[in-house]
Write a protein of this length. Structure first.
Length: 366
């Protein structure tokens, strides 16, 4: 019995929504027009230490080379704002950033590791497709990805109508802003390609203007080496001193370009408990986080995306934030709080790890 692509797509979309995905669409596999921009970005070394991006070269833009036989790509979008996110959540987050002694973790990382959540649900969706096609003339092949392989996720998302690329390079959706994760399923069945949508950023440059380290060097072009998310997560070594003051109290990731974006007034909350805020990852004071042992770090970040940076990189980040709090001339913190913060830093001044030690000493030099 031949496969009806339209009926199959309708089934995939219905099943995807039942699994918690906000939108399911189909992207074409020909991304050749995206190759020049990818090569230019790599040649400028804007990927920093993310060597895997250069290592896979143009395979990122060639789904059929990455997974031979691929003729369609299912793109999936999943909202991640916690279920109890209040109205005016952006102002709440700005308030955290203006409290210099609070340790701020990016919104997306406050719940369960999204890699695990999406991978599990994408695998389930692939299994449902296989079940649906049982008895039909199909030697189905699928492979699921979520920020885990050389895949041009944003490019596939925009070409399948999930949204358009904002000037911060993230995908924007008129009904959901940018507060969502993306995932894909490569498969060897031709499905009807979804229509892309038009750009709705207009003349707005809010994300470019607000970036603390000026990492958005042109509309849609990010120099990762200056991006706080890259510096606190992907970058393993010493954070450039000239960028440290601009990091403020951000210890894991940065949301500024999303917080300022007008489209995120339409951001939707997740309907999954996985992205609910975990205890200890919001509202913590830097002085308390500096007191975490490695065992406590591993316990508090179990099942979280944060754990993958490791305790030493975590300490490095917190040290920078603490140094910024101590340096702030208009600091509203009490003298007692700042003394306690300095004392907490001093406990790591002779740390065995040279990288941690260097950042702690920088923080104490204020």
């Amino acid at each position: 019995m031949p496969i009806d692509p339209t009926l199959l797509l309708a089934h995939i979309q219905k099943t995807g929504h039942a699994l918690g995905f906000s939108q399911i669409a189909i992207a074409p596999v020909d991304l050749s027009s995206a190759e020049p921009a990818l090569l230019s970005w790599l040649e400028k070394n804007f990927h920093g230490e993310m060597d895997y991006m250069a290592r896979h070269g143009l395979k990122r833009a060639r789904p059929a080379e990455l997974v031979p036989g691929t003729v369609s790509v299912i793109t999936a979008r999943m909202n991640y704002l916690p279920r109890d996110t209040p109205e005016g959540w952006q102002e709440v987050e700005w308030g955290r950033l203006h409290n210099p002694t609070e340790a701020v973790v990016s919104v997306y990382a406050r719940g369960r590791d999204y890699h695990k959540v999406l991978r599990h649900r994408l695998s389930h969706l692939a299994q449902e497709i296989e079940t649906y096609l049982e008895g039909q003339e199909s030697s189905l092949q699928t492979r699921a990805f979520t920020d885990s392989a050389p895949v041009l996720e944003a490019e596939l998302a925009t070409r399948s109508g999930q949204g358009w690329r904002g000037k911060h390079s993230l995908v924007l959706n008129r009904d959901a802003g940018s507060m969502f994760f993306l995932g894909e399923i490569f498969l060897n069945i031709q499905l009807p390609v979804s229509e892309p949508v038009t750009d709705h950023c207009g003349q707005c440059t809010a994300c470019i203007d607000v970036c603390p380290t000026k990492a958005i060097v042109a509309p849609g072009l990010v120099d990762a080496r200056r991006c706080i998310s890259y510096l606190t997560i992907e970058h393993a070594g010493s954070i450039p001193e000239e960028l440290r003051p601009s990091m403020g109290n951000r210890i894991y990731g940065c949301d500024d370009c999303q917080l300022i974006c007008p489209w995120n007034k339409y951001a939707q909350t997740s309907n999954l408990p996985d992205f609910d805020v975990r205890a200890g990852l919001v509202g913590q004071q830097l002085v308390d986080v500096l007191g975490w042992t490695e065992e406590e770090f591993l316990q508090r970040t179990e099942g979280s995306a944060i754990r993958r940076i490791g305790y030493l990189r975590w300490l490095r980040n917190v040290a920078v934030a603490a140094g910024n709090a101590l340096r702030l001339e208009s600091n509203t913190s009490s003298a007692e709080d700042l003394i306690a913060l300095r004392q907490a830093l001093q406990l790591h001044a002779s740390h065995a790890d040279a990288n941690v030690r260097e950042h702690v000493q920088w923080a104490l030099s204020s």
